[in-house]
Design a protein around this ligand. Structure first.
Ligand code: ZN
Length: 143
């Protein structure tokens, strides 16, 4: 079901560069210039459209046209319903991609916890290996 919230989410939560990537060859010509995503305006064909990362809205600096994900899909020849269905799939793909990226980006937390939890074990081991010189040093070094 197409709801207002869904449409807002498709416009705001799915970064336009991701939509371009999914569209592949169907998408207008695009490139990153100085960290900004620029693309060929589907309206005037000038490569003077850029995505504002703050509101995820494309804007053409030549003809002043504003273009969001849904507009982009319509410009690429999709019907409204097809556009919404596809964007919804891509938003889900995008969310799972960012979720898996987050888990790989934060291995620090479980490692930290393991380190803290291992401390008493460390002192036990130190006592255990007290007379085994280099081994004990190695253990305290890693813990
Ligand atoms: Zn334009």
């Amino acid at each position: 079901m197409v709801t207002r919230d869904l449409l807002r989410s498709l416009r705001n939560d799915l970064p336009m560069p991701f939509t371009f990537r999914q569209l592949g060859k169907k998408a207008p010509h695009s490139k990153f210039v100085e960290g900004r995503f620029r693309f060929q305006c589907p309206n005037c064909k000038e490569i003077l459209a850029a995505v504002n990362p703050r509101n995820n809205l494309g804007h053409c600096f030549h003809c002043k046209m504003n273009i969001n994900n849904i507009d982009l899909m319509l410009q690429c020849g999709y019907g409204f319903v097809d556009a919404v269905v596809l964007l919804e799939q891509w938003l889900r793909a995008y969310n799972s991609e960012t979720a898996s990226r987050k888990t790989t980006l934060h291995p620090a937390k479980p490692v930290e916890k393991a380190g803290q939890g291992a401390e008493p074990i460390g002192s036990i081991l130190r006592q255990e290996f007290e007379n085994h010189g280099p081994q004990a040093d190695e253990l305290t070094g890693t813990l």
